[in-house]
Design a binder for this molecule. Structure first.
Ligand code: 5GP
Ligand code: ZN
Length: 113
């Protein structure tokens, strides 16, 4: 997608602090971290949100989660971490390219809403 911030980040057209990359997945540090470790993991291909996951593209989500497990280990998140994906307006999704937040490095509160 020509005008998508995270497509541009995945393509290296906008700088980011990369923590992981393979042929299908890109991960980088959130610009406004909400925890000591706050990483965004995205498929390189454009998917708008969880609402746009289909049988045709769900293998990309599986690959994202394989990367998440690897990244968490590499980041030393041995005490645990949270994976969050905001979908749509009520969840406050602000970038419309599917992304999963990895949050860790401190005790996270249980607030869900
Ligand atoms: P959302 O609110 O859509 O779930 O999450 C979007 C996330 O992207 C936010 O946590 C925000 O801080 C992060 N973000 C927005 N723009 C940029 C950017 O240009 N670079 C990086 N690294 N993170 C960004
Ligand atoms: Zn995109």
């Amino acid at each position: 997608m020509a005008d998508c911030l995270f497509c541009k980040i995945a393509a290296g057209q906008i700088p980011s602090t990369k923590v992981y990359e393979d042929d299908l997945v890109y991960a980088f540090r959130d610009i406004a971290p909400q925890a000591p470790t706050h990483i965004l993991v995205i498929p390189k291909a454009h998917i708008g949100s969880v609402a746009e996951v289909t049988p045709e593209n769900s293998h990309l989500v599986a690959r994202v989660f394989e990367a998440i497990a690897q990244i968490a280990q590499a980041e030393g998140l041995t005490q645990g971490y949270r994976v969050v994906s905001n979908c749509g307006a009520d969840a406050g999704q602000s970038v419309h390219h599917l992304h999963f937040h990895i949050l860790g490095g401190r005790q996270l509160t249980l607030e869900m809403a």
